[in-house]
Design a protein around this ligand. Sequence first.
Ligand SMILES: [Zn+2]
Length: 100
Amino acid sequence: MTARVNLINSAHIAAAISYLDENGVDERNLSHDYCLKADNGHHYPPKEVLRRAFMICTNGPRPKGLIASGTRTAAYLRQRGYRAEKCGELPSCQERLNRH
Ligand SMILES: [Zn+2]
């Protein structure tokens, strides 16, 4: 994990969630193990949320790898107050983001 990932705060994550609500998620970036379950009832792929939050935080390009493991990504998001856990609805729950 790069040290810069620790710059991401809960506001960056909230902004990333809003971005994904507006723009959807490429199916290549869907998660196959964990979901971030937001208060709005939508499920998001945790790594994609973190990548987008990093881009918002640094105002920089899309990072290649931030946190390799899904388990550690979920733990990272939980530390920042988000619900990230294994989900029995995958991957259809995340695909719903692309249907407006
Ligand atoms: Zn889910």
